[in-house]
Structure formats: structure tokens, C-alpha cells
Design a protein around this ligand. Structure first.
Ligand code: F6R
Length: 369
């Protein structure tokens, strides 16, 4: 059933182009209408939304962090992302014009479910993004967008993450259109870019040989740091989470701008730092700032592993290793920049002799609070 792969995780990483394509399939009609799976919300309800809260845990929370950038950019509605376990217990301000988006692969995560129930008690509208048909979270939501990742067997989430990102983009575009902030042709243009993503993810997967070699090299590291800006920041967090859970190594992700406010002290000669560089064609100020951050860590002896856009040769002098990904619009970039980090974690864990699919102390579905 692993279909020739050594691990389910490797198989699921490789399935990502298909999973993203399936999640996009048939969602958008010629007239620009988006199809949710179960909708107990009217367009008027969506027009009345004045605040979006995304609640989720772990990897799904990182998808939500990426979504915040896209949703605010496209819809101009304030959007906050919160860990489900924190949201529920701090008495958040919610009412019927709040849209709460619950993201969950399993649909059974108790922290997320309790956050959703709390939101409903406060009369907020709830939309679920979920990979498991008929599970509890979509059953209790007002609307559902299913991710079509197919069953995820490995405990560490990979294809679910990419499909959650895809679903979040769709929700953002739909909200923007219903509210008249984006016209059908503008939404169509972004959808066209989204439809190009499966081929780009495939291209990244086809170039993972050097990452596998690097993984063997990094397997003895004491700690690995990850830095990013904008949507690259949650990607850095996700890269670090994967490494912690699979390789049992100290790993931490930072907003690159925060380095000088403390974490840069962690850098010793040889500390690996994975740097997620924004596209030079998009928000070039951010890209230039990240390149300065690479120079800062390198000046302190870090070994830099740089994820950058093909053609961005200017990063090469500052990189001990470069992993190029295809040019992608800034907001969609996590669909490609996350992939090498998944492969890196899988391979480092394997090199350290761990059970990649069943890391210690973890369960696939966390049904206790
Ligand atoms: C990490 C991982 C977990 C889950 C989290 C939420 O690889 O798999 O962090 O993302 O437990 O699970 P779901 O999405 O099922 O609610």
C-alpha cells in the first residue's frame, strides 16, 4: 500500500501535485461562482462578515497563518489566526458578523472542535476546511470546503497542509468576489495561477536529490533554525515543526526581522539556518531584507540553506546550499517553498533511524483537549 515508497510520508509528499489539483477541481464556474461542499450560509451572510478568525492546531494552524496574508490582502477584512486551544479560553469578541474558519485535516481535533462550539454559542458563522468527509468539525459547521488530499496515513501532515493552503486561497477569493472587492476577471487571474501550482510542485519534487544529500549531512546537527518573512514566516514555522516531530531535534522558526531582537544569539559556528527568501519580483523590499538577514547570520558563522526563486542568482554568494523553486506569485509561494522542508525533515529523520510515519509520543488525530 506504500506503492513502492519507503514511507507513507514520502508517498504523501509525492502525491501533493495531485492533491492540490483535486482540491481545485470544479470549484469555480465560468460565471465566477465558487462551489463549497455544504453551504448553510448565504452570500448575504458572507457580505455581512466584518471579521475573520481562523482557528486550528499544529500544521493546520500554519496553513491559517498563511491564509491571513491572502485573506486580508484580497478581501480587506481583518483576519486573525489563533491556536484553537488558546482561542476558546480567552473570551474572544465574536458575533453574528464574525466568520470563524476552522481548519482540520482529521475533523476530529478536540481543541478545534471546542473552539468551533464556542464560536457558535456566540452566534458566529463557522466555515470548516477539512479533509475527512462526515467528520465532526464539518458536521457542526455552517459551511464546508473539503480538501481532496485523500487519506493521510503518516502522522506528520504534508499533503493535507498544501491542500489546506489551496482551500484557504479559494475561500479568500470567494469572499473577495462576493463582497465586490475583486472582480470576476481578477479572481479568474489568480485561479489561473493556482491552477499552475501542481506542475510547479512537481518540478520542486523532481529536484530533491541535493536536499536528500544535505539531509544526511545535517542529521548530526544540534539545532536547526528557520527564518522567513511574510508568508515565508509560517513556512519557516512549519519546517521547524516537521523537524521537531520527526527527527526529535531542536528546531525553531522565526520571523527574520525578529532575529536581532534575541534569537540571533543562538547562532554558533556551523548552526544550520534555513532561509525562505521571498520572490524578488513580488515584494522586493522583503526579499532584500531577507537577504540582509542571511548575511547577518552568516557573519556569525551560520551554515545557510537558502530556498529562493529560480533566477534569483544574487542569493548564491550568501548560501552554503541553495534550493531553487519555480517563480510563483508571493501569496502562493508556500505551495512550493514548503516542499523542500518536508523532504528535508523526512530524510533527516530517516538518516537518524527514526520511524518516519509513526513518531514517538504522537497520534494522528488528537481527540483530547
Ligand atoms: C503536524 C501535525 C499536527 C496536526 C494537528 C492538527 O505534522 O500533523 O500538528 O496538524 O494535530 O490536526 P488536524 O488538522 O487533524 O486538526
Amino acid at each position: 500500500e506504500k506503492g513502492g515508497y519507503e514511507y507513507f510520508m514520502a508517498k504523501e509528499i509525492d502525491e501533493q501535485p495531485r492533491a492540490v489539483a483535486d482540491t481545485l477541481l470544479g470549484r469555480h464556474s465560468e460565471t465566477g461562482e465558487m462551489t463549497l461542499d455544504e453551504v448553510r450560509l448565504t452570500d448575504q451572510d458572507l457580505r455581512d462578515v466584518d471579521k475573520v478568525f481562523i482557528v486550528a492546531c499544529g500544521t493546520s494552524y500554519h496553513a491559517g497563518q498563511v491564509a491571513k496574508y491572502a485573506i486580508e490582502h484580497w478581501t480587506r477584512i481583518p483576519c486573525e489566526v489563533e491556536l484553537a486551544s488558546e482561542f476558546r479560553y480567552r473570551d474572544p469578541v465574536l458575533d453574528r458578523s464574525t466568520l470563524v474558519v476552522a481548519i482540520s485535516q482529521s475533523g476530529e481535533t478536540m481543541d478545534t472542535l471546542m473552539a468551533l462550539r464556542h464560536a457558535k454559542e456566540q452566534k458566529a458563522r463557522v466555515l470548516a476546511i477539512c479533509n475527512t468527509n462526515g467528520s465532526t468539525i464539518p458536521r457542526e459547521s455552517d459551511a464546508v470546503l473539503y480538501t481532496h488530499g485523500g487519506p493521510e496515513i503518516a502522522v506528520a501532515s504534508t499533503k493535507a497542509f498544501l491542500t489546506q493552503l489551496t482551500a484557504c486561497y479559494l475561500v479568500g477569493l470567494h469572499l473577495a468576489q462576493v463582497r465586490g472587492v475583486m472582480f470576476a476577471d481578477e479572481v479568474g487571474a489568480v485561479l489561473e495561477r493556482l491552477n499552475q501550482m501542481p506542475a510547479k510542485i512537481r518540478a520542486v519534487l523532481d529536484a530533491m536529490g541535493p536536499v536528500r544529500e544535505l539531509a544526511v549531512d545535517l542529521a548530526a546537527a544540534k539545532s536547526v533554525l528557520f527564518i522567513g518573512r511574510h508568508v515565508g514566516y509560517p513556512v519557516a514555522l512549519e519546517g521547524a515543526l516537521k523537524l521537531k516531530e520527526l527527527a526529535y531535534m531542536h528546531a525553531e522558526g522565526f520571523a527574520a526581522g525578529e532575529l536581532k531582537h534575541g534569537p540571533i544569539s543562538l547562532i554558533e559556528p556551523g548552526t544550520p539556518v534555513v532561509c525562505v527568501v521571498p520572490s524578488p519580483r513580488g515584494r522586493s523590499v522583503l526579499r532584500d531584507k531577507l537577504v540582509s538577514n542571511i548575511q547577518e547570520v552568516r557573519a556569525r558563522g551560520a551554515r545557510t540553506i537558502v530556498i529562493a526563486e529560480e533566477g534569483d542568482e544574487a542569493v548564491v554568494p550568501f548560501a552554503d546550499h541553495v534550493i531553487f523553486v519555480p517563480p510563483t506569485p508571493t501569496l502562493l509561494a508556500p505551495l512550493v517553498t514548503t516542499v523542500p522542508l518536508q523532504v528535508l525533515a523526512c530524510e533527516i529523520a530517516s538518516a537518524r533511524g527514526h520511524d518516519v510515519d509513526q513518531p514517538r509520543n504522537l497520534a494522528k488525530s488528537v481527540t483530547v483537549e
